[in-house]
Ligand binder design. Structure first.
Ligand code: HEM
Length: 385
């Protein structure tokens, strides 16, 4: 294939993936606000095609409102709701669903064009990009599976299904991000000897970074995120508004023992007991932040030390060894941002607890979790090269 065509194809894929990433982020933001404003159970049917049209006149609104009134959220929590209040929660959920369809189209149509019309992609790449629309389809189904759990008896969705929905969303957006990085930072066939190699990341610079610290960061972040979603799903943030104590104690054993004996088995206690989940999330959050902070600081020190060492030996730094177009400055920035995000996240979490989980702080905490994940993903991706 001609060089110019390869270049324009790569540009097309980058723009496509960047649009998909931005739209997915917006979708997640609206999804989070839908949950935080209690709007997620306002649409009681799932019609992938016809559901794109909202009620168009007053009688259609009345019809939808009446349908909603047959479900537990209205009967148990929202008996006093007016039609205009219903319209507010309906629109949140509606925009979330419309954006979901748009993300599906943006994942599918450019892929079809690349695969079928222009026959630009083949083999492994076909599979790597073809999985995108499949993942969006799965997410739509999981979303409805989650909503359904909140339409029977109790007006709350299952926190396990919420976790499935959020983890799939995080997986999707992270996957798009990594694909974007792949096209953006091409692996060079030739070393970067001609382009001031000292300012580019090289394999032997990365070799000094700690792999165990990176691995621990991932394990703890994943567990902390899982407990975070359970926290959100069970509204466990509100069970105690004091910090660092809970119910006036560091270890609220009365709440644990009493409830555990009465109706919870061990597994249920670990994964469904609001007080226990809150206890784990608030303390694991500090441990996770410390682990990631250790990884960040040790990496910064090692990169700096490596650079100094190269200069002292009067070697042209990483001569002939740089194999990626990632600047050392970019890596430093990513580590600094990761450090800042991981310091801020527990602070926002603590304030959220002290102030009874206001929507604004819960939202910032959610956004920070996504930012943190992507920064860690970025440095991991570089380290894995
Ligand atoms: C690295 C540390 C942390 C990470 C990665 C993290 C992540 C998360 C995530 C992903 C959620 C679910 C958000 C959602 O689905 O809307 C969450 C919820 C929550 N987290 Fe954290 N968290 C961390 C530390 C903390 C700390 C230290 C505290 C408090 C001491 C805290 C308090 C909360 C609260 C109150 C919620 C529930 C918010 C709601 O109901 O919407 N978090 N966290």
């Amino acid at each position: 294939m001609k060089q110019a065509s390869v270049h324009s194809q790569r540009r097309f894929k980058k723009i496509w993936l960047m649009s998909l990433f931005s739209l997915s982020l917006l979708l997640m933001i609206i999804g989070n606000l839908t949950r935080l404003t209690g709007s997620g159970l306002s649409m009681v049917n799932w019609e992938p095609i016809m559901g794109s049209i909202p009620p168009l006149n007053e009688s259609q609104w009345q019809e939808d409102f009446q349908q909603y009134q047959e479900y537990p959220q209205y009967r148990i929590k929202n008996q006093a709701m007016t039609l205009s209040e219903f319209k507010f929660i309906f629109y949140f959920e509606y925009i979330h669903r419309i954006l979901g369809r748009l993300v599906g189209l943006v994942a599918l149509l450019p892929f079809l064009w690349l695969a079928a019309a222009s026959r630009h992609i083949k083999g492994k790449e076909l599979l790597q990009l073809g999985i995108l629309p499949v993942l969006v389809g799965m997410q739509g189904f999981v979303g409805w599976y989650m909503v359904k759990s909140g339409l029977i008896n109790v007006p709350e969705v299952s926190h396990f299904r919420l976790a499935l929905h959020l983890f799939l969303a995080l997986f999707f957006i992270s996957y798009v991000f990594v694909l974007f990085l792949k096209y953006h930072y091409i692996k060079l066939a030739e070393p970067l000897a001609k382009h001031d190699p000292a300012s580019y990341v090289s394999a032997d610079m990365l070799a000094v970074l700690s792999k165990p610290a990176l691995l621990f960061s991932w394990v703890f972040l994943a567990l902390q995120t899982l407990y975070g979603v359970f926290m959100a799903g069970l509204r466990a943030g509100r069970v105690s508004a004091d910090y660092p104590t809970m119910f006036g104690q560091f270890f609220p054993k009365e709440q644990f023992i009493g409830l555990a004996d009465a109706k919870f088995g061990l597994l249920q206690f670990m994964f469904s007991h609001a007080v226990f989940i809150h206890f784990i999330h608030r303390h694991l959050g500090i441990i996770t932040a410390l682990i990631i902070l250790f990884f960040v600081l040790s990496s910064l020190i090692k990169i700096y030390g490596w650079q100094q060492n190269q200069q002292n030996q009067h070697k042209p730094a990483c001569e002939g060894r740089a194999s990626m177009k990632v600047k050392v400055k970019t890596l430093y920035t990513a580590f600094f941002l990761l450090g800042a995000a991981v310091l801020l996240q527990p602070l926002v979490g603590i304030l959220a607890i002290l102030w009874h989980v206001p929507v604004s702080l819960a939202f910032v905490h959610f956004l920070l979790a996504i930012i943190l994940l992507h920064l860690l993903l970025f440095v991991t991706w570089i380290q894995a090269k």
